[in-house]
Every structure is written in structure tokens, then in C-alpha cells.
Design a protein around this ligand. Structure first.
Ligand code: HOZ
Length: 434
């Protein structure tokens, strides 16, 4: 193990000290601060393909992939060229463009449940807007979300959320008025009985169920057989809407996201991450009759100066067009399967119990011998052991999400050579835990 790589380097440490003077916690998004794993964060200066390089000039194999968007690897030449060309034409107009029409068509061709779509600038904004629209359309206030699912940081959706809220064990968030969350009902993920009981009792008051149909913010958690079908059934029966938050899964687990994999048609879908090709973009779309409730043709207001930004749309469109090649997804899946198998082997030979959940090109290695099916089982993971593993992997040159309750992402740049290096690192890292 290269001791010199064990901690953030001198430059990252200096930058973190400065950052803490000027930026709360030194970061612009909490999980990045490494508080759940110890040590200070790496400050990144560049990235290429499957690797990132920090301010100290150290290069790491990257499984964060900007939390998902970099499915083609960092600084993909076609994407960079497209952005450069677009930048020369002006970076923002605050007016409609042909690009937005092309982008809407591209997304609709992949997700037939989307009849109309509106662009925003982040996943948070997409889900927040979809909830407002669902409430405006149904005339109902209550929404249902699942414990451990994360839908961005808007007030109504922070209740029992995943990601940083789960990582730091924050039950409630000061600043969110009780009146705002009183309409947010929470249920355990994958619990069909609890769902049926709730809808029997108050289905007619519920505007929408919102969920990550494959959860990615309590680690990767898959829906059990029949769960998504039951959601569709109870919402249709009660006149509530079904909203899929596919911010992580859209265009990542195949062009059609989870809805294509499980053949379920949500009323609304929220997208983000990959559709911006690494630039800030979110979107929400779905049934025409619902979407037409949005201003300017309907009464539900929603707006954004940088919505449909030409640079971001160019980057996203370039990526989505490349992703028309379905063989990319097959390759990603087989590379991920290799990584999962190697990780299981390494843990087994070190005698460390783990439970890996994975689908397509995402995965989470939980440090538990339990099957992880919801937030309660995710929580059985030994997070101290995870933190030690994280640090050992970092020391071996592998950069993973600094929280147990996130997913790892592969890109098409994660070659066999990269996977072999990762497997060697994992073997050494598990041995440090034995
Ligand atoms: N909420 C993101 C993970 N699911 C973290 C984003 C970030 O820190 O950049």
C-alpha cells in the first residue's frame, strides 16, 4: 500500500483549510466533505476517461463518475468538442432554441411514457416541480415517499430521505416548516402491505407517490417482485399519480430506464444526471394532459432562466445520441458483473461478510451479511468497516463515493485493465479489515 496516498495530499489539505473559511464545511454539497469516512476530501483538478486527478497530481480510478453522469467516461472527446462548438455561439439566451426541441424528441424516443417534457437545471428542481404539478393536477395535497429514497433537497422531500440525510443520520431538517412536511407520508420501500393499508385509508387524498423505482440513495436497492406493479395499481385505482424519480437510473440502466426494464408506465418521470452530459440539467415529463397544466398553457407555475441552457443541452444531446448504441449498456453490465464478482471473491477470501446489490452499471457493497431490501436492512451495514475500506481503497488509488449509502458507477472507460487494478486494490483493502 502506498502510504503517501492514504490521506488527502498537501495541496488538497491546504485547499480544504481555505475552503472551510469561505464555504460551509468547505464543500458545496455535504457528502463530498468525507465526514462519513474520515480525512479531508480530495480537491480534483482534472479527469479523463475512468480516472480523476487531484490537486496534488495523484490519479485515481473513479467510481463516483460525478455521481452518475459520466457514463461515457470523463472528458469524452465528442462531448467536449460539442460543448466547445456550442460555447462559441453564446452560452445562454433565455429564449427557446432548436436544440431544446431536438432534446425533447430524443428523450421522448427513449421513454414513451413521456408525451411532453420540461427542462430544468437539476434533479432537485425536476422532482420539486413534478410534485407541484401533481398537486395542481389532482387538487390534492398529500404525497407518499419511501424511507431511504432521496429526491433532492426541496422542503417536502427531505423527510426520512437517503443520500446525505441518511449518511449523517439527520432525522429532520431545521428550516423546513412542520406544515410543509405534514403532507408528506412515508412508507418502507418494498412494503406492499403498508402501501395497501395506507391507500385503503386515504388513497383519495393522495396526489402522488414519488419514488426511485430502483433506489440509489440508500445504496442500491432493487424493488421486489410485484412492488412497482402494486404502486401502479393503487395509484390508478385512487386517481393518484405515479412519479418515477429516474434521476440516477434514466439512461443509465438502459435508454428506457427502470420503466422499460420493469415495463411500468409512470404518469410523470423526473430525469437529471446523464441527460446533461456532465452539465447541470434536469427534466420532468409525462402524460400530455398532466403536463399541459403547466404555465403558460395551464395554471401551475414553474420557470427558470437557465432552463434549456444551450451548452447543457448540447452536452446532454451528444451523450444521449451516443447512447442510442445499445451495445454500450451490454458492455457496462458485463464489466459491472466482473467487478462485483471480483469484489465478492476478495471479501470471501478475507473472511469479510458483504452483500452487494447491483444492476446495470451501478452497485453498492454493504458491509452486512443481510440481504438489503430497504432502509432498515441497509442500516445493518457496518459503516465503520465501510469507512476503513473506503480509506484503504483510496490508499490503493481507487476513489469511491465517501458514503455507504450511495451507489458506485461504471463508465464505458472502465476497461478490463482498470477492473483488474481495482480487484487488486479491493483484495488488499479487504485484508486490512480481517
Ligand atoms: N446527492 C448526491 C448523491 N446522491 C451527492 C451530490 C454531490 O455531492 O455532488
Amino acid at each position: 500500500m502506498s502510504e503517501s496516498k492514504q490521506m488527502a495530499g498537501i495541496r488538497s489539505t491546504q485547499l480544504f483549510e481555505q475552503a472551510q473559511e469561505h464555504i460551509p464545511g468547505g464543500v458545496n454539497s455535504p457528502v463530498r466533505a468525507f465526514r462519513a469516512v474520515g480525512g479531508g476530501p480530495l480537491f480534483i483538478s482534472s479527469a479523463k476517461a475512468a480516472e480523476i486527478t487531484d490537486a496534488d497530481g495523484r490519479t485515481y480510478i473513479d467510481y463516483v463518475a460525478s455521481w452518475g453522469p459520466m457514463i461515457l467516461g470523463h472528458a469524452h472527446p465528442e462531448v467536449i468538442a460539442a460543448i466547445q462548438k456550442a460555447a462559441a455561439l453564446g452560452t445562454s439566451y433565455g429564449a427557446p432554441t432548436e436544440l431544446e426541441v431536438e432534446f425533447a424528441k430524443e428523450i421522448k424516443s427513449a421513454l414513451p411514457s413521456i408525451e411532453k417534457i420540461r427542462l430544468v437545471s437539476s434533479g432537485t428542481e425536476a422532482v420539486m416541480s413534478a410534485i407541484r404539478l401533481a398537486r395542481g393536477f389532482t387538487g390534492r395535497d398529500k404525497i407518499v415517499k419511501f424511507v431511504g429514497c432521496y429526491h433532492g433537497h426541496s422542503d417536502a422531500l427531505l423527510a426520512k430521505a437517503g443520500s446525505g440525510i441518511a449518511t449523517f443520520g439527520l432525522p429532520d431538517c431545521p428550516g423546513v416548516p412542520a406544515e410543509t412536511v405534514k403532507h408528506t407520508l412515508t412508507l418502507p420501500f418494498n412494503d406492499i402491505t403498508a402501501l395497501e393499508v395506507l391507500f385503503k385509508e386515504m388513497g383519495s387524498e393522495i396526489a402522488a407517490i414519488v419514488l426511485e423505482p430502483i433506489a440509489g440513495n440508500m445504496g442500491c436497492v432493487l424493488p421486489k417482485s410485484g412492488f412497482l406493479e402494486k404502486l401502479r395499481e393503487v395509484t390508478s385505482a385512487s386517481g393518484s399519480l405515479l412519479i418515477f424519480d429516474e434521476v440516477i437510473t434514466g439512461f443509465r440502466l438502459g435508454r428506457g430506464g427502470v420503466q422499460a426494464l420493469y415495463n411500468i408506465k409512470p404518469d410523470l418521470t423526473c430525469l437529471g444526471k446523464i441527460i446533461g452530459g456532465g452539465l447541470p440539467v434536469g427534466a420532468f415529463g409525462g402524460r400530455r394532459d398532466i403536463m399541459d397544466h403547466l404555465a403558460p398553457i395551464g395554471p401551475v407555475y414553474q420557470a427558470g432562466t437557465l432552463s434549456g441552457n444551450p451548452l447543457a443541452v448540447t452536452a446532454g444531446l451528444t451523450v444521449l445520441r451516443i447512447l442510442r448504441d445499445e451495445s454500450i449498456y451490454k458492455k457496462l453490465e458485463s464489466q459491472t458483473a466482473k467487478l462485483v464478482a471480483a469484489t465478492n471473491d476478495a471479501a470471501k477470501s478475507a473472511g469479510i461478510p458483504i452483500s452487494i446489490n447491483s444492476i446495470g452499471s451501478i452497485f453498492t457493497c454493504f458491509f452486512t451479511d443481510k440481504k438489503v431490501v430497504d432502509w432498515d436492512s441497509a442500516k445493518t451495514s457496518d459503516t465503520t468497516r465501510f469507512a476503513k475500506f473506503f480509506r484503504a481503497m483510496l490508499a490503493e488509488g481507487v476513489y469511491m463515493a465517501p458514503s455507504q449509502f450511495e451507489v458506485g458507477f461504471l463508465s464505458i472507460a472502465h476497461s478490463d485493465e482498470i477492473l483488474e487494478k481495482t480487484a487488486i486494490a479491493a483484495k488488499k483493502a479487504f485484508e486490512t479489515l480481517a
